[in-house]
Design a protein around this ligand. Sequence first.
Ligand SMILES: CC(C)(COP(=O)(O)OP(=O)(O)OC[C@H]1O[C@@H](n2cnc3c(N)ncnc32)[C@H](O)[C@@H]1OP(=O)(O)O)[C@@H](O)C(=O)NCCC(=O)NCCS
Length: 185
Amino acid sequence: VATTPGGPDNRMVPAAALPPVAVRPATIDDLDGLIDLLWSVAAEGRWIGIEVPFDRAARRTRLADALARDDATILVAEAAPPDREAEVVGNVAIVIAPYGVADLSMLLDRAWRGRGLGTALLDAGLAWAHSSGAHKVALEVWPHNEAALALYRRAGFVEEGRRRRHYRRANGELWDAVLMGRALS
Ligand SMILES: CC(C)(COP(=O)(O)OP(=O)(O)OC[C@H]1O[C@@H](n2cnc3c(N)ncnc32)[C@H](O)[C@@H]1OP(=O)(O)O)[C@@H](O)C(=O)NCCC(=O)NCCS
């Protein structure tokens, strides 16, 4: 059963059968695919901070650096549809600051949203942050990103503040960002 884009609200019509999806740590072999995925979500222009065009080589270096560190990780969601090669359809990236707060960012390919994968990725990211010694997870989200806000609230994040007219977009607009945090017990 095919999925159908659900319009500009970021929600997809759920498919009847979700192929098996695994969450695992990224490897160097995933980097080019992760950059393609980042590019496609950035090109949507409304969900994440980074905009296109960005410097692919510089971003690749940053991702490789994250893979080499103990205080950072990238976890990928890999789907294995029948009769097709497994493909990376999303990721969560976490960096733990020296003072113990894990900064988290995540994204999914458009066709895979609204089907519970975000919850699975976030749960894995929270578990990694906890087992790596962080006492708290923090993130920023655009106020219009209702899917992300719902996901984070459901996972126990609370709103801690708002940066007002803080981020200048390529089109000159100044966007607010909601600051969210969740303690790790
Ligand atoms: C944000 C994102 C990671 C969420 O992942 P997801 O797989 O779509 O979310 P899930 O299917 O796990 O759903 C999580 C919750 O959000 C809700 N939700 C999903 N899409 C929604 C939408 N468009 N509007 C409102 N709520 C929505 C779900 O109903 C669910 O809540 P519930 O369990 O109480 O019903 C994903 O949509 C995405 O990658 N978006 C583009 C990139 C992005 O926004 N990244 C985050 C930047 S801060």
